[in-house]
Each structure stands twice: as structure tokens, then as C-alpha cells.
Design a protein around this ligand. Structure first.
Ligand SMILES: [Zn+2]
Length: 157
């Protein structure tokens, strides 16, 4: 189901209208839009938003599902190369925002709760607003990610 920018879906509105300022655009893939998440407590944390409105991964036609998974993997590889985390977490939740999107979260050696989801980290939750403020730094991170994505794509062709 494809919705236009007049819907109540905040992701559809962001994709078809204006990107809210708390997000920073990274890259437009075939299937999805990559943005840096508002909080950068976990440096490099991104979200990948499917360009059309669906709520569940299994609902996507095969080629779109394959493209979304391909694009997620490509973004994750670029994040891995640029930010050098210990591990990446991949989360498709949709409880709050029911538009198919994937959180890709770098986890580092300093992580206070390395075996738990980030949403259980009270320090992350408490400092979320502070890490929203560094827009200049986020723009630089987005540029590094774009360059890395382009380099990975060139190697594949
Ligand atoms: Zn939507």
C-alpha cells in the first residue's frame, strides 16, 4: 500500500514531504531512504525507511523485500567500515511508528549494556536530547557514509 504525504504516517510524510530536522539524510537507495537517527549516543546509528508504506517485512513483494534487505546490508557495511563498531544490531520494530523501517545500531566496546537492546540503557534514554544537538557532526558523518556507500557500490560493479 502506497500512501501520500497527507497521511498520518510520519515516515510517509517525511519521505514525501520535508525531512524533520532531527534526522539527517544519508542516502537514497532503490527501496529505502537512509537517515542518521536523532540521537547519536551510539555514534553512526541509522534508520532505513522503506519508500512505500508497508508495516511488515513479509508483506513486501519478493523483489522489494530483496531490495530492502540488500540496501540494509549495504548501509550496514558502510557503517561498519566508517564507525568500526564491535557489533551491529538490526531491529525492525514498528510498535511506535508502524511503517517498515530498520534501526541499524553500532555497538561499541564501551557499551554499558553490551548484551541488552539499547532501549534498556537508561543513560541512552536520559541523554537522547543532548546527542540530537550536534547537527554539524551529523552532517559530516552522513557525508562519510555517502562516500563509503559509493565506494562499496563501485567495487561491486
Ligand atoms: Zn508510511
Amino acid at each position: 500500500m502506497q500512501l501520500d504525504g497527507k497521511t498520518k504516517c510520519s515516515v510517509c510524510r517525511a519521505i514525501h514531504g520535508t525531512l524533520p530536522k532531527r534526522y539527517v539524510f544519508v542516502h537514497e537507495f532503490d527501496s529505502a531512504l537512509a537517515v542518521l537517527a536523532p540521537s547519536q549516543y551510539y555514534r553512526g546509528r541509522c534508520e532505513l525507511w522503506l519508500k512505500v508504506h508497508h508495516t511488515e517485512l513479509f508483506q513486501l513483494p519478493g523483489t522489494l523485500r530483496e531490495a530492502f534487505c540488500h540496501d540494509a546490508a549495504l548501509l550496514g557495511k558502510a557503517m561498519w567500515n566508517v564507525f568500526e563498531p564491535r557489533k551491529l544490531n538490526w531491529e525492525i520494530l514498528g510498535n511506535t511508528v508502524p511503517h517498515l523501517h530498520c534501526h541499524i545500531i553500532p555497538r561499541y566496546t564501551w557499551d554499558p549494556l553490551p548484551k541488552r537492546p539499547i532501549w534498556e540503557n537508561a543513560q541512552f534514554k536520559a541523554t537522547e536530547r543532548r546527542y540530537c544537538a550536534r547537527r554539524i557532526e551529523k552532517l559530516a558523518m552522513a557525508e562519510r557514509l555517502r562516500a563509503e556507500i559509493a565506494m562499496i557500490e563501485r567495487r561491486r560493479t
